[in-house]
Structures are given as structure tokens and as C-alpha cells.
Design a protein around this ligand. Structure first.
Ligand SMILES: *Cc1c(COP(=O)(O)O)cnc(C)c1O
Length: 367
């Protein structure tokens, strides 16, 4: 059996380091906003090449608080994509703003910059490009449009820890950038967690208040805040894992290369790495018009796959009020109908990748 992901393999490999980090937190007896969080924030900021990182409760909360820090709320519009985790749009609505969806680029599968200007109205305040599957969105034209229209850019980096754009890591291009440490992400905690990175110390300061009741000091709220903190245990775990992130991403790239070579002639659309070596393959996603049959065949052969994501956000029952019907964004809907995520994680073996490719090749030739 080859599962679509397997977190037990990673724990087995890092058990002594992780166990001692966790024991350290228990022994020190501080569980909220202590030395582990402070250390992780500075290590993660350095990793991303920014002045500040602020640890929060999840990737969704990172987006929500990033919008709040920019004073974005009711009456405002935020442009993003509908081919992403529902969390991207949910966070916009939690802030009280309205998500505006634009279509994706058919090759890169991220926000299509050529569709951006048509979506801007007097109410537009921000753009959230999503670095999907580990590939940076086409940021240069997005940042250019944002500058001309005085819009904030918040990068959704939940799937792209360590990915690069024009040679620099994501997380330092927008006004703010948000990360999720959900367990299966490239950098994952053992529970929920998230962070916001920025080079703007004022925004960082606002975020530090917003995540904890708006407290400037204990029991004195100078802002109306929330409770959304990264906890000490998760920070200690993330500090251990951050030291392995580059090696893991390199391993993901190497396995992706094997997939690319073995599936070259399989008649599928394969993922693009627009800048050689910049992609961090959070997911290895292929496209096929015979997805359901292929998926069933792989399942019968002991290979687990997932679909990221089967329904564009605006066609999901809770979001039909967003004002978009079927056919609204053709590239988004085509992707939703065709994408399939193959097993990919650093602990996956090369022969497992070969077995997946053999099964796909057999299916493509028989059916
Ligand atoms: C995982 C994810 C999120 C949400 O993160 P949580 O930590 O689960 O709240 C947001 N955006 C994208 C693109 C994601 O993949």
C-alpha cells in the first residue's frame, strides 16, 4: 500500500530530536508565547529573508489576521483564486470582506495576472495570490498591478515553504505573507499552526496585538483582538523540522523529477517548474481527462491519491452566494475536473514512485 502521505515515516526518522524538544517544553512549563515561539519566529523570519514572523493558530488565521492588520473588512473586496483550499476564501469572509475570484493560468495553475485588472473595482483593497502545490504564483505582474492601484498583496504560502520566485524565497514579496503548519504541509506541526511574515515592523506589531486580545501589555487591550497563537509545543517541533526543510524540499524535487521522467510519454499533463529548481512540490499534481477511472485503477493497485481540489470554491454549497455560477472561470473548472495528486513526501521511496508510474502506464495503455 502506498498512501498519499505518511507522517509516521517522518516521526520515525526524527524521533530522538522531536521527543527531546517536546520534553523540553513540558519540563520548562511554559506553553503559550514563550521562548520556543520567540526563537521559531526569528529562525523562520531569517529563513524567509524578512524582518519579522508572527506565529498564529493556523494558516486560515494567518490570512484573517493579515487582512485585519491591513484594516480590510466589511465593504472591501479581496481578489484571489477559486482553485485553492477553501481556507483562502473563508479567511476573507471571516475578516468581513468579499472574495473576488479570478481565473488561473492554464499552465502554472496559479492566479492569471492577465485577468487581474478587469476584476479591480473601487472597493478592491488587496490581492491574495496562492503559491499552489509548491509553485510560486507569477508575482512580478501581480505586484506591478498592485502598485499601480495601491492594493495590498498578501501571499498565501501555505503550500510553498521554501519555494522560490526569481531566486528569492516566497514570503518576502508581498506586504505580508501567510503560512500554514498543518501537519501535511512541507513544514508541518503536530497540530494546527501558522505564521505571517513581513518586512514591515508596524504591521508585525499590529499582528502581535491582534493574535492576543489586542494586548499591548497584559490586561490592556489597545486594539480589539483575537485569540490565535502558535503554541510552545508546536514551535519547538517546528524548530526541529525547520532544520530539515531544505533537505526535504530537495528530496521532493528529486522524486518529482523521477515522476516527470517516468511519466513523460504517458499522455498526461505534468506539473510545470517555471524556474528550474524553484518548485517545492508540496503536491505532485497531474491532469487527465480520465481521472475517476485512473484513480479507481490506482486504488485497486494499492496506491492512494487525492484531489486538490475537486470543486471550485464558488461552486461549493456554502459559497453559491459569492455570485458566480457554473462556467464563470473556465480554466478553474477544467482544473477541478482533471487534477489528481500522486503520492509525494520526502520519505517516499524511489521504488514506490516507480510502482506508481508503472501502474499509471499500464492503465494508460489498457484503457
Ligand atoms: C492549508 C491551506 C490553508 C489553511 O491552512 P490551515 O492551517 O489549515 O488553516 C490556506 N491556504 C492554502 C493554500 C492551504 O493549502
Amino acid at each position: 500500500m502506498i498512501p498519499p502521505f505518511d507522517l509516521k515515516r517522518q516521526y520515525a526518522a526524527l524521533k530522538p530530536e522531536l521527543d527531546s524538544a517536546i520534553a523540553g517544553v513540558l519540563e520548562r512549563g511554559t506553553f503559550i508565547l514563550g521562548e520556543e515561539v520567540v526563537a521559531f519566529e526569528s529562525e523562520f523570519a531569517a529563513y524567509c529573508g524578512v524582518s519579522d514572523a508572527v506565529g498564529v493558530g493556523s494558516g486560515t488565521e494567518a490570512l484573517h489576521l493579515a487582512l485585519r492588520a491591513c484594516d480590510i473588512g466589511p465593504g472591501d473586496e479581496v481578489i484571489t483564486v477559486a482553485h485553492t483550499a477553501v481556507a483562502t476564501a473563508a479567511a476573507i469572509e471571516i475578516a468581513g470582506a468579499r472574495p473576488i475570484f479570478v481565473d488561473i493560468d492554464p499552465q502554472r495553475w496559479t492566479l492569471d495576472p492577465s485577468q487581474l485588472e478587469a476584476a479591480i473595482t473601487p472597493r478592491t483593497r488587496a490581492i491574495i495570490p496562492v503559491h499552489l502545490y509548491g509553485c510560486a504564483a507569477e508575482l512580478a505582474p501581480i505586484l506591478d498591478v498592485a502598485r499601480r492601484h495601491q492594493l495590498r498583496v498578501i501571499e498565501d504560502c501555505a503550500q510553498a515553504h521554501g519555494a522560490r520566485y526569481h531566486g528569492h524565497r516566497v514570503g518576502r514579496w508581498g506586504d505580508l505573507a501567510t503560512f500554514s503548519f498543518y501537519p501535511t504541509k512541507n513544514l508541518g506541526a503536530y497540530g494546527d499552526g501558522g505564521a505571517i511574515t513581513t518586512n514591515d515592523p508596524e504591521l508585525a506589531e499590529r499582528l502581535r496585538l491582534l493574535r492576543q486580545y489586542g494586548w499591548a501589555e497584559r490586561y490592556v487591550s489597545t486594539l480589539k483582538g483575537f485569540n490565535s497563537r502558535l503554541d510552545e509545543m508546536q514551535a519547538a517541533i517546528l524548530r526541529v523540522k525547520l532544520r530539515h526543510l531544505d533537505a526535504w524540499n530537495a528530496r521532493r524535487r528529486s522524486l518529482a523529477r523521477t515522476y516527470g521522467t517516468l511519466l513523460r510519454d504517458a499522455g498526461l499533463q505534468l506539473p510545470l517548474d517555471p524556474e528550474e529548481g524553484a518548485h517545492v512540490y508540496h503536491l505532485y499534481v497531474i491532469r487527465t481527462t480520465r481521472r475517476e477511472a485512473l484513480r479507481a485503477y490506482l486504488r485497486e493497485n494499492g496506491i492512494g491519491t487525492l484531489i486538490h481540489y475537486p470543486i471550485p470554491i464558488y461552486l461549493q454549497p456554502a459559497y453559491t452566494d459569492a455570485g458566480y455560477g457554473p462556467g464563470a472561470l473556465p480554466e478553474t473548472e477544467a482544473a477541478a475536473a482533471q487534477v489528481l495528486s500522486l503520492p509525494l513526501y520526502p520519505e517516499l521511496h524511489e521504488d514506490e514512485v516507480k510502482a506508481v508510474c508503472d501502474a499509471i502506464t499500464a492503465f494508460q495503455h489498457h484503457a
